[in-house]
Design a binder for this molecule. Structure first.
Ligand code: PAF
Length: 287
């Protein structure tokens, strides 16, 4: 059965009001569409943990800076709906796909600005990105009145930013993070992988290879020198057609390097690499 598609906030509002009146638990999976198995694993989690699942599909303009890929970001609503149809056995999936005018009407002036975890890494390379993410995600939380929201670990810093504003602003929602879904050869699933030529896609395996190598150094060889492991990661990522925005080992809570060179677990290893023109991110948390 095709999921119900809702385009307007007013319609969504009356639907969620009626679900809440019946005491039903609502799960939210926020997406920008171009759904892949990573998104579907979040939908499956939501279906397991909620009575109704709302999948939002909205390519959010405020999280793209000028010159980024907002215009070319894949918009594939028909195939997204077909993928969701396969999960909709119980007919309890709603797809919310608002227009930009619906989300950002004229005279829209309020934004969510997160400091701390939003500042390093993606925050340094894409200074307006998390403001756009936090704003749209809070709007989706308010519009769907979801009890629980599901995000993928691939955007590890994004999840930390969302957890931060949920805590700071007392937003009544539970945040769950699911493991990264990978292709068989290790490439982290991403809607942006479709930008890669087959040759670039092959080279892009250096991201997951470098994470595996770092894990091996830290856990099997007991190497506890951050600079040595980071140097090895960079060696694996380096290529004339790659440019590394960051490849760092940080404290998973603060997303900052711990003082000194010694690796003290837990750590998060976070990567952002431009492979040709495609910016890819990947990460690994070692507990
Ligand atoms: O992770 C994404 O796809 C987006 O950043 C999100 C959370 C849907 C907000 O636009």
């Amino acid at each position: 059965m095709k999921p119900k598609v809702v385009r307007e906030c007013a319609e969504l509002h009356s639907l969620v009001k009626s679900l809440h009146r019946q005491g039903l638990r609502i799960g939210l999976v926020p997406t920008m569409g171009a759904l892949h198995a990573g998104h579907i694993s979040l939908v499956k989690e939501s279906l397991k943990n909620s009575d109704w699942t709302i999948v939002s599909i909205f390519v959010n303009p405020t999280q793209f800076a000028p010159g980024e890929d907002f215009e070319k970001y894949p918009r594939t609503l028909e195939s997204d709906l077909a993928l969701l149809e396969a999960e909709n056995e119980k007919e309890n999936i709603i797809v919310f796909t608002p227009s930009a005018d619906e989300m950002y009407p004229k005279n829209f002036y309020s934004y969510v600005d997160v400091a701390g975890v939003a500042q390093p890494l993606e925050g340094a390379f894409r200074p307006t990105h998390f403001r756009g993410v936090a704003t749209v995600v809070l709007k989706l939380f308010n519009m769907t009145r979801a009890d629980v929201a599901f995000f993928g670990q691939k955007d590890f810093q994004q999840v930390q930013v969302i957890r931060q504003f949920v805590r700071d602003l007392n937003v009544p929602i539970e945040i769950r993070m699911s493991p990264i879904k990978r292709e068989e050869d290790g490439l982290a699933m991403s809607s942006r992988n479709r930008y890669l030529s087959s040759e670039a896609r092959q080279r892009a395996l250096c991201l997951s290879d470098s994470l595996n190598r770092a894990k091996e150094m830290i856990l099997s060889q007991n190497c506890r020198s951050r600079s040595a492991v980071e140097a090895e990661i960079r060696k694996i990522l380096e290529h004339p057609k790659h440019s590394i925005d960051y490849a760092v080992i940080v404290d998973p809570e603060t997303l900052l390097p711990r003082p000194g060179d010694e690796i003290v677990l837990p750590v998060a290893i976070l990567l952002a690499v431009r492979v040709d023109d495609t910016r890819l991110i990947d990460n690994l948390v070692i507990d």
